[in-house]
Design a protein around this ligand. Structure first.
Ligand code: NAD
Length: 256
């Protein structure tokens, strides 16, 4: 798929690390300028900052904007930064956090943390992008939901609720923005090998992880490049009639 995003500008929230980093790099490989909007510049997993890597590997425009997605003004500034490259064509609302907490231990600040990043941060990123896409009558918004937004699991009430909400936000915004030529889709990844599953809520490399992996038809964890390739497709013109839907990328785990 060489050059599928040539001349386009892609804003990726949470683009410093993990899935977001792979998404930004795959979009740059396909010819896009990228704006990486993140709390931090350095990848959690190590390596050079995504925007530096994107520019040096692929030679297109790339910049970093420090952004806390919990603050709509930060999101507005991140999307505005894309104007330097001609304006946002694709938003990937990727920044997210995972927190495991039994219901009886959840506090209001846990609620605010998970919901602010995973839901409010997606909604206001979409709003900032739509403000610029609607007048131009084109654009694509891709949101990171999760298989955790399709099926609930004990201990993950906030994460499940936030991701389920993102999935429904996809269909709501697709309905609202479709007449203006803006597509809205989401992806529901399964367990992908990122710091989220190694550090934040360790599953990969544990015995519980082994048992989980045995339930995945492909018998392995997903890779960030596998999420990124799906997103390149969803963001580009090859997916021009795709909106209001979610793509599950889970090695067959859920099978629904
Ligand atoms: N890894 C998985 O198994 C998996 C599965 C399904 C969905 N997802 C989703 O993919 C997305 C990315 O997750 P990941 O696995 O790459 O995680 P990660 O922790 O590797 O990367 C997340 C990035 O988001 C940034 N971030 C966190 N809070 C932020 C904030 N308030 N403002 C701006 N940036 C912020 C972090 O700094 C980091 O660079 C998340 O929405 C996550 O829920 C991940």
């Amino acid at each position: 798929m060489a050059g599928e995003l040539a001349g386009r500008t892609v804003v990726v929230t949470g683009g410093a690390s993990g899935n977001g980093r792979a998404i930004a790099l795959a979009c740059a490989r396909e010819g896009a300028n990228v704006v990486v909007a993140d709390l931090r510049e350095d990848p959690r997993e190590g390596g050079r900052p995504t925007h530096v890597e994107a520019a040096e590997r692929h030679g297109h425009g790339a910049r970093f904007v420090r952004c806390n997605v919990r603050d709509p003004a930060n999101l507005e500034a991140a999307v505005e930064a894309a104007e330097a490259f001609g304006g946002v064509d694709v938003l990937v609302a990727n920044a997210g956090v995972l927190q495991k907490r039994p219901l009886l231990e959840i506090t209001e600040s846990d609620y605010a943390f998970v919901m602010d990043v995973n839901l409010k941060g997606v909604l206001f990123a979409a709003q900032a992008a739509a403000r610029r896409m609607v007048p131009r009558r084109r654009g694509a918004i891709v949101m990171l939901a999760s298989i955790a937004g399709l099926r609930g699991t004990g201990g993950y009430a906030l994460y499940n609720a936030s991701k389920g909400a993102v999935r429904l936000l996809t269909s709501s915004l697709a309905d609202e923005l479709g007449p203006s030529g803006v597509r809205v889709v989401s992806v529901c990844p399964g367990i992908i090998d990122t710091q989220m599953n190694v550090v934040d809520d360790p599953l990969i490399g544990t015995e519980a992880g082994e048992r989980y992996r045995d339930q995945i038809p492909l018998r392995r964890w997903g890779r960030v490049d596998e999420v990124a390739e799906a997103i390149v497709f969803l963001a580009c013109d090859r997916a021009s009639y795709l909106t209001g839907t979610s793509l599950t990328i889970d090695g067959g785990y859920l099978r629904i």
